[in-house]
Design a protein around this ligand. Structure first.
Ligand code: NDP
Length: 476
């Protein structure tokens, strides 16, 4: 399977709504710089925002972002080329007449890509404005996350976007999908034959996926109050990981088939109920700027999922994520069932499965297969060992670089499709409205104790990744 190269025609201008914002500064300008260096961007880049900036101020902002957040300026010539591509238009979104200025800035461009790096509350206003001004014909729209905040709002945004743009012109970003380690999950599963015989309910005991951060809300309390952990990372990033791990092989070599298989995983998930979820809030969150003193928003969430399919019936999937946890790590642990007979005293180690696959996604990337190996001596006792299958080199290409390049080429492989987005929201629909209160947890711990109870019937959370343990003894 290869990613299509966008035979639909490359976008001949990039219009960046929200050009004065945080995301543009931290991620998008460095990505554009990298694209110019690679020879992947020669089209005009028009910054759009309400702020009454002139072009010179915008150019200074772009240069500053690359110097501060883009790893520094190492190619003045490329930076000069990027600066020469820039334009800036100030727009009042409530006055469609001001969009006329955008038409002038687009010049001869016939297939612009509009990137909405703006608060979601203005997505529909901008899409409507583009449609009303006749600026959407043959154009593409790239929509930042979150795509809706529940099933109803996602459906409404889809309906709205589809009334102006066709589905293959809408690019819904989940930047996780463009991470090298995530793309490798798909590759690893279907480029190898040894996995398939064991990749099912007969051999797999459970899945655990952890996305832990040792930092808090970092001054973004007001934003976090509107999101919470379930919406911010689980329903999108971790669900996409589940879909890649759980999906059936696509029946044909096209990314449309991949999207369909992922959608089927979400459709087979049992909708979550309140008891499937443990919500937590770190002590001190309510004192963060922008956070309500009586906030119940969760900064930690652990949940148990079931996928009602022939392959996965009866296999629990445990997902958790949180802020102010002991370390920053993203890891998948696939626990395999123990051997059927206890031939040796330690055949069934109490604290850890004898065999598991461990996918470390961040901060470093690796894949490990765990097995027990006999210790030298008379007794038949062993140690837990890991066969390290892969230790990837860091990818120099950032997800945003890849995503912008793909969207401008009309390649939707690494974006989410309308039905996939809605099927994922449907799984969490009930618990967004009906859930238990957030339980407090101390910063630097692995969340509230109730999360341990959630997993207890099937084992325990693996809080210390084996690669971190000096002795490489069984996981905790
Ligand atoms: P900002 O809050 O920085 O807003 C971006 C720009 O949008 C602002 O500079 C402002 O520009 C404009 N804006 C703000 N409020 C409004 C409003 N009510 N109406 C119209 N324009 C407004 O957002 P971010 O840059 O942080 O995020 C942009 C998008 O990217 C959001 O959808 C967010 O969810 C998503 N995102 C952000 C990430 C991040 O790390 N920041 C990470 C992942 C996704 P002006 O006033 O000049 O028009």
């Amino acid at each position: 399977m290869s990613t299509p190269n966008g035979d639909a025609g490359r976008s001949d201008a990039l219009v960046l709504f929200g050009a004065t914002g945080d995301l543009a500064y931290k991620k998008i300008f460095p990505a554009l710089y990298a694209m110019v260096k690679r020879g992947d961007l020669a089209a005009p880049v028009i910054g759009v925002a309400r702020s009454m900036w002139d072009l010179e101020r915008f150019q200074v902002r772009v240069r500053d972002s690359i110097a501060q957040d883009g790893g520094g300026i190492d190619d003045e010539h490329a930076l000069g080329r990027l600066i020469s591509l820039l334009g800036y238009v100030s727009i009042d979104y409530s006055d469609p007449a001001t969009l006329a200025a955008l038409r002038g800035a687009l010049g001869d461009a016939t297939r612009p890509a509009y990137y909405l790096a703006i608060p979601p509350s203005v997505f529909e206003t901008v899409i409507a404005g583009l449609g009303g001004a006749g600026l959407a014909d043959a154009a593409r729209v790239i929509v930042e996350k979150p795509f809706g905040r529940d099933l109803a709002s996602a459906k409404e945004l889809n309906r709205f976007a589809r009334s102006v743009f066709s589905e293959d012109s809408i690019f819904r970003i989940d930047h996780y999908l463009a991470k090298e380690e995530i793309m490798n999950l798909l590759y690893f599963r279907f480029a190898n034959s040894f996995l398939e015989p064991i990749w099912n309910r007969n051999y797999v005991a459970s899945f655990q996926i952890t996305l832990a951060e040792d930092f808090g809300v970092e001054g973004r309390g007001a934003f976090y109050e509107t999101a919470g952990c379930l919406r911010d990372v689980i329903e999108n990033h971790l669900f996409q990981v589940v879909a890649l791990l759980a999906m059936e092989p696509p029946t044909y070599r096209d990314f449309g088939a991949l999207h369909s298989e992922k959608t089927d995983v979400f459709k087979a998930m049992k909708p979550l109920a309140a008891d499937d979820l443990v919500r937590g809030q770190f002590v001190g969150y309510q004192n963060e700027p922008g956070v309500a003193k009586d906030s119940d928003v969760e900064t930690f969430c652990a949940l148990r999922l079931h996928i009602d399919s022939w392959r996965w019936a009866g296999v629990p999937w445990y997902l958790r994520s949180g802020k102010r946890l002991p370390k920053t790590v993203t890891e998948i642990l696939v626990e395999l069932k123990p051997p059927p007979q206890k031939l040796f005293e330690d055949s069934w180690p109490p604290d850890s499965p004898a065999n598991y696959l461990r996918f470390r996604l961040a901060p470093d990337a690796s894949i490990a297969l765990a097995a027990r190996v006999k210790r030298a001596g008379e007794e038949f006792l062993g140690d837990q060992r890991e066969l390290l299958l892969l230790d990837t080199q860091p990818n120099k290409e950032s997800p945003y670089e890849r995503l912008l390049s793909d969207a401008m080429a009309g390649n939707g492989a690494l974006f989410t499709r309308e039905d996939t987005v809605e099927a994922a929201w449907a799984v969490v629909e009930r618990v967004l409205a009906t859930h238990h209160r957030s339980q407090p947890y101390k910063p630097g711990t692995w969340g509230p104790k109730q999360a341990d109870k959630l997993i207890a019937p099937n084992g325990r959370w693996h809080n210390l990744a084996p690669a971190d343990a000096a002795s490489k003894q069984p996981t905790q």
